[in-house]
Design a protein. Structure first.
Length: 612
């Protein structure tokens, strides 16, 4: 009788599992600027290591393809090599028995197309394409390219005021980004190789909590240039542009359509996430530069644009995306239906809704939908339900926003596509009728929902909030002559509006609805380009030194996360939900920074960073 063992077939399996964690972290921490052919080769060789050896295309084809790819990486290949690679990759994809083989071939084929310029450069020029080269991960992934290692180093030295000055070098909204930034800077943090990404937003929040923006002096304004610039829109992009232009010595006039400045940061983000007194700290600091005149409640139409183009040397249009999209379904005109933008706009002016005893349904799955759901809880709603046509894992909202809504009692009805809105005899909302979905093939990066053969679902509702996107009011500017595609203004790589020399556009009105930090980055670029257009090349000094880097702490630590007030407490008010980090937490988190600017690829010259 043959005895069976309960031990695994390979004694190495558990050890390999231990290796896969660090390997996964290494992939996540792939430095920006890495040669894409080198990345592809690593992944292809990983596929080769996974082959079972049964089918020839996978067993023998992947190593051959990897050898050809290595010859390209080493700049030893010719055009024939690329043709051979494509043929071999296609054969592996089409004839391999399992996903290990055919996905390896598919990846190689997609890479040949996606990185065609890089492949050509390696073959023809015997070098990487221009711009390929590792950069400091956090600074590169930040749309405003803030010198993050420098301000973390300043916080570590106890200089929070210096940290705010360093942030302001590239981003005049330190408080805003400390509270509501989606922190793309953490995506490739090299600390991931050891344990987990730094909590960069948390460190920034500690800095502005201890050195409020309006108490930290801004840099001294350069001498008057004699040039005038109009900025249309007082949101994150417009005020960023105004700040840097004013520092450069230009006279700036900001035209804002609402009663207060801040744009969608004030009129699109609830106070529990971004208290109004905190946004005002950043705005007061921006205006303290001098040379900025603000015209409130001023709507710019085609006639006014013509006047501005005559009166000013340059114009920056940054009107954002402040209109709420609706749904083309029956009953959308019922009383009690409103867009997310309408609700959040009211709150921006201090008009808080009273949903006491109401049943609220929010349609959508992004951060704005979560803002509406959590706002409804605080407005006293009896029930709050989020209806979304995909799965939770397909939502575009940040994970922490979804988790926060759930903990506050919001119910999620996923795989439910809005079909129609049911009205009562008085024309008021009675219910949202949904068509159940099932998840199908991946399209444009996300699995697409498909109608399921199931009965419709009725969600009783008194209020329905539609949070399915935002619109850009481009019509008056198009009438003036500015070009737009799908209501987004058309601009070149320098943000110059098509057909105009002195008009620039940026932010959500040019890219479509994005994040605040992306709008800020656009405002910074626009300011630089307008300055160049006006015939200058100003440099701005942040008036703070980059601290000397301390030796790396290489021992693994847990990441310090920002925590929120208990759900049962925070769900009853609009006070800020986050609990500040203490000094010990921040010092530990700062010490985890590997200072890639000093020890990695981004060595800085002379210890002082200039604004570029």
């Amino acid at each position: 009788m043959t005895m069976l063992s309960v031990a695994p077939k390979s004694a190495y399996d558990s050890r390999i599992a231990d290796v896969l964690g660090p390997f996964q972290r290494r992939i996540e921490a792939m430095p920006p600027g890495t040669c894409p052919i080198a990345v592809q080769l690593v992944l292809l060789e990983t596929g080769g290591a996974q082959t079972c050896g049964k089918c020839v295309p996978c067993r023998d084809g992947i190593p051959q393809l990897a050898a050809l790819m290595r010859s390209v990486l080493n700049c030893e290949a010719d055009e024939c090599t690329l043709d051979t690679m494509r043929q071999l990759a296609q054969m592996i994809k089409d004839t391999s028995d399992c996903a290990i083989g055919y996905e390896a071939g598919k990846m190689a084929l997609e890479g040949l197309d996606a990185f065609a310029e890089e492949y050509r450069s390696h073959v023809q020029n015997k070098m990487c394409a221009e711009g390929v080269g590792q950069t400091v991960p956090c600074e590169t992934k930040c749309p405003a390219h803030v010198n993050i290692p420098a301000y973390i180093g300043l916080v570590l030295e106890g200089d929070c005021e210096g940290a705010v000055k360093m942030i302001r070098k590239d981003n005049p909204w330190p408080t805003a980004c400390a509270l509501i930034c989606e922190h793309p800077c953490e995506a490739r943090c090299r600390r991931t190789l050891i344990d987990a990404p730094l909590n960069i937003r948390g460190i920034k929040k500690y800095a502005v909590d201890n050195a409020p923006a309006d108490t930290v002096p801004v840099p001294k304004r350069l001498p008057d240039s004699g040039r005038k610039v109009a900025v249309v829109g007082g949101g994150p992009s417009g005020l960023t542009c105004a700040y840097y232009l004013a520092l450069m010595g230009h006279q700036v006039t900001v035209y804002e359509g609402r009663k207060k400045l801040g744009g969608m940061m004030r009129y699109g983000i609830p106070a529990y996430r971004f208290p109004r007194e905190r946004i005002d700290q950043d705005i007061r600091a921006i205006l303290s530069v001098g040379g900025i005149d603000v015209r409130y409640e001023t709507i710019i139409d085609d006639v006014e644009m013509a006047r501005l183009s005559y009166d000013y040397d340059a114009i920056y249009v940054a009107v954002g995306a402040q209109g709420g999209k609706s749904l083309k379904i029956d009953g959308v005109d019922a009383n009690g239906v409103m867009s997310a933008v309408q609700l959040l706009e009211r709150i921006g002016d201090g008009d808080y809704p009273d949903f006491s005893g109401k049943k609220v349904v929010v349609i959508g799955g992004g951060n704005v939908a979560m803002d509406c759901a959590r706002t409804s809880v605080r407005a006293g709603a009896e029930e709050v339900t989020v209806a979304y046509r995909r799965r939770i894992e397909d939502m575009t909202a940040l994970h922490e926003e979804i988790e926060g809504a759930m903990s506050e009692g919001v119910e999620f009805m996923t795989l439910q596509s809005p079909l129609r809105i049911e009205k009562d005899e008085d024309g008021n909302v009675a219910a949202l009728i949904c068509q159940p979905q099932y998840i199908g093939a991946v399209k444009r990066g996300r699995p697409a929902p498909v109608d399921a053969n199931k009965p419709t679902v009725r969600l009783e509702a008194d209020i329905i909030l539609i949070a399915v996107g935002q619109d850009i009011h481009s019509a008056p500017f198009e009438k003036f002559g500015m070009k737009a595609e799908r209501t987004r203004f058309v601009a070149d790589e320098n943000l110059r509006a098509e057909g105009f020399k002195n008009i620039f556009v940026g932010g959500d009105c040019q890219t479509g609805p994005k994040s605040a930090i992306m709008a800020i980055g656009a405002g910074k670029v626009a300011a630089r380009n307008i300055d160049e257009y006006l015939g200058f090349h100003h440099k701005l000094d942040p008036e703070v030194e980059v601290p000397k880097a301390r030796p790396n702490v290489r021992e693994a630590y847990g990441r310090v996360n920002i925590v929120e007030r208990p759900a049962r407490e925070r769900g009853r008010d609009f006070d800020h939900i986050e609990i500040p980090l203490c000094e010990e937490e921040v010092m530990q988190e700062c010490s985890r920074c590997l200072r890639c600017d000093a020890f990695g690829c981004g060595v800085l010259e002379g210890g002082r960073v200039q604004y570029v």
